[in-house]
Design a protein around this ligand. Structure first.
Ligand SMILES: [Zn+2]
Length: 345
């Protein structure tokens, strides 16, 4: 086996921070703005879904495998997208070993009903994430970067009002949509700031204004001003995550004040880079289904090389990986980055 250690002059943490400042790095960082949990990792650390979602020790243990076993430069403990919905009071199906949690039914029908519970930050679903971040901060604070995660107001509206109804309202009742977003954004800011206080170095903000459901015009009208406002109120660097085809709104996204945009393989690395230039750092975009789930380590490396060639600053899976993704393909992301640097030494 070739040793790449001699090319690794930086610790994971240094590498990510340098990349964020566009300073020189020994190799590209590999991060996971969203979940890389899978059944194989659960078996390796004997810690399983769904128990991790409501137990901070277990959440931290499973998250740390991303750094310990996959050798990613980051550790991200919030695996699902439903912790806030649970704290708002939605009915929850916490899923199982190979199934992500989901909400049951919708909680609200009008914006007036929206109430951020007084003890929002103390709800078990929220507290678990905050305490997991504290545990990870204590253990890894001079090694890896710790990445938190919050849902943006658009995604929260999907969970609290139902996707279909909310999307219909963007056409039928735009004022109501603005009112909903304005009320929900407070929960996003509150949870993000609590995560920075708990020790997160970066926080991913997932707001699924994805290309197949929401037009670029709709993003610019409803969400961009709110994203700009949120970004000014959050006390640390944010990674915006939006799934799907987003290249038509990337120039607007680059204008929000968020530090990083985490994008999907429905956009090629080249076109993403052309759309934003150096206005925002890009993280992505290794395809989940064809490459990470069903491809080979060689396919993974090829995708890694394409991203590095296009100038993508941080290499990452495009979205939360399927729970049956093989470890060998996730490890190939790091190996691919190392081989690329080695080949060019
Ligand atoms: Zn996604």
């Amino acid at each position: 086996m070739v040793s790449y250690i001699k090319y690794e002059k930086m610790k994971s943490r240094e590498r990510v921070f340098a990349a964020l400042k566009r300073e020189e790095v020994d190799r590209k960082p590999v991060i996971n703005p969203v979940s890389i949990a899978n059944v194989e990792l659960m078996e390796r650390c004997n810690t399983y879904f769904p128990y991790v979602h409501t137990n901070a020790e277990k959440m931290a243990t499973l998250a740390a495998t991303g750094y310990e076993i996959l050798e990613f430069d980051s550790i991200a403990p919030y695996f699902s997208i439903q912790q806030e919905a649970a704290a708002f009071g939605c009915g929850m199906d916490w899923g199982k070993k190979d199934q992500m949690p989901d909400v049951k039914g919708c909680l609200y029908h009008t914006p007036d009903e929206i109430k951020i519970p007084k003890n929002f930050l103390d709800h078990i679903a929220i507290k678990t994430v905050i305490n997991a971040l504290k545990i990870l901060k204590n253990k890894y604070s001079d090694e890896a970067v710790i990445i938190g995660k919050v849902m943006g107001p658009w995604t929260l509206a999907y969970h609290l009002f139902g996707v279909q109804k909310f999307l219909m309202d963007t056409i039928l009742d735009p004022d109501m949509v603005s009112e909903i977003l304005n009320r929900l954004k407070k929960a996003t800011v509150k949870f993000a700031n609590a995560q920075f206080e708990a020790g997160a170095d970066l926080v991913t903000l997932a707001d699924h204004a994805t290309g197949d459901l929401v037009s670029a015009k709709c993003y610019a009208k409803f969400l961009k001003p709110i994203h700009q406002e949120i970004s000014a109120k959050i006390n640390g660097p944010v990674i915006l995550h939006i799934c799907g085809r987003t290249v038509d709104r990337m120039p607007d996204i680059a204008d929000t004040g968020f530090k990083v945009f985490h994008f999907e393989s429905k956009n090629t690395p080249q076109e993403a880079k052309e759309a934003v230039g150096n206005k925002i750092i890009l993280a992505g975009n290794i395809n989940n289904i064809e490459i990470l789930l069903f491809g080979t380590p060689e396919d993974v490396k090829k995708a890694v090389f394409e991203n590095i060639d296009a100038g993508i600053e941080m290499i990452a899976p495009e979205c939360a990986v399927p729970l049956t993704t093989p470890i060998s393909n996730l490890q190939a992301i790091v190996t691919g980055v190392r081989e690329y640097c080695n080949a060019r030494e």
